[in-house]
Design a protein around this ligand. Sequence first.
Ligand SMILES: Nc1nc2c(ncn2[C@@H]2O[C@H](COP(=O)(O)OP(=O)(O)OP(=O)(O)O)[C@@H](O)[C@H]2O)c(=O)[nH]1
Ligand SMILES: C=C(OP(=O)(O)O)C(=O)O
Length: 216
Amino acid sequence: MQWTLVVPVKRLARAKSRLSDTADDGVRPGLALAFALDTVTAALACPEVADVAVVTDDARAGRELAALGAAVVPDEPGGGLNAALAHAAAVVRAARPGRPVATLNADLPALRPAELARVLQEAAQFPRAFLADAAAIGTTVLAAAPGQSLRPAFGPDSRARHRASGAAELRLEAVDSVRQDVDTGDDLRAALALGVGPHTAAAAALLPGRAPVPGQ
Ligand SMILES: Nc1nc2c(ncn2[C@@H]2O[C@H](COP(=O)(O)OP(=O)(O)OP(=O)(O)O)[C@@H](O)[C@H]2O)c(=O)[nH]1
Ligand SMILES: C=C(OP(=O)(O)O)C(=O)O
């Protein structure tokens, strides 16, 4: 079963505010874009993924992600993350009603296609399912079978909120790259240790106190 992924991307100028102590206003938008480029590149390389739709209001992110092969859905509701996801899911569902849909956060710069494939294969066993983030508080993937509405409940404590909504929590081992979202400087260090994609490696090398990562 092949999935349509919906990837939300906040306006780059406002994105990743919790990284402001690690990356100042001059470099943070480029870092957020690099995360999204590496996330979408890995998602498009996953055999379980048919297509990727990015929902964003950011012109530069839309342009650069479209160049990778993603579709771009304008964030018309402008009502925050959950409204953007519900809107984009409705748009992609109208085009292909028989396909399962999953959201994937755009801040997974270490994402590996084979680990995402395992997550999506497991999610296909349930009407709705989700994967908790590395901190075990948030959510990085929320998946819905054909005919099931996504009902996204991202934000504070989204792991508990998705569980309370009846979605199955995926209890997979060794899918660290799908769980490792980057909100803070510590998260970025953890992602770099897992091994990030080339856009993030280049952007992270520009941060103060960071040497380029050899081989990336
Ligand atoms: N389209 C869209 N995407 C959003 C919106 N808010 C957050 N996102 C995306 O949703 C995912 C998870 O969001 P967060 O991890 O909170 O990222 P963030 O909002 O950039 O980070 P902070 O500013 O530190 O809260 C990321 O891929 C964001 O780019 C929104 O209002 N619209
Ligand atoms: C929006 C979310 O992401 P984060 O915790 O990374 O802000 C979430 O996990 O629901």
